[in-house]
Design a protein around this ligand. Sequence first.
Ligand SMILES: C[S@@+](CC[C@H](N)C(=O)[O-])C[C@H]1O[C@@H](n2cnc3c(N)ncnc32)[C@H](O)[C@@H]1O
Length: 203
Amino acid sequence: MVDKRTVRDGYDALVDDYAAQRTDDSDDVEALASFLDDLPDGSRLLDAGCGQGIPVLASLDGVSGVGLDISHGQLARASENAPAAALAQGDMTRLPFADDAFDAVTALWSVIHVPEGDHRTVFEEFARVLRPGGRLLLVEGTDEWRGTNPDWLGGGAAMEWHIAGPEATREQLRAVGFEILVERTIGDSLEEDAAWTLFEADC
Ligand SMILES: C[S@@+](CC[C@H](N)C(=O)[O-])C[C@H]1O[C@@H](n2cnc3c(N)ncnc32)[C@H](O)[C@@H]1O
């Protein structure tokens, strides 16, 4: 079971280590650019698990961004990288936003740190804060896996994951009312040969 305090404390401790690894040339950045191109000017976007505001919040143009993250340390860096974005500290299982508040939600490599029993609740929250027809861009794992790394990124802090995998994620997204428009495998910038699943969906 993922311990959210370990995740929060780990991300607080690993701000520089994560920034050093998070390049802007990974597959998700290309997918994000095309996702953002489809949003009309004036749209409102929530980046759930925004980290340091890269790549999502810092690349918005004509779209107003709100970033939510459990880690104060990551948010402090996001305020430097994406000064125009509104930022909130919180847990994506209980989003502090009204129903239908957003046209789009992004969640890149963030739901993978939420305890497995809460994944469906997170997707219900995404559906609740999206207006009807709103869009979701999500990155999940390609294989189900639960695990801990006591010294993630060599930065001396522990990190935990629960990767539900594409089948469970697909089923849960559909169960809470999303229609999956795109599901494909992508790489990442942290690990050579890593494979992840990118979903685009609307509700
Ligand atoms: C791997 S980082 C991804 C950051 C950014 N989305 C990116 O693509 O680089 C995961 C982020 O999710 C945040 N996070 C993990 N669990 C969370 C939760 N329950 N609620 C909100 N944010 C969470 C972490 O603090 C961290 O900033």
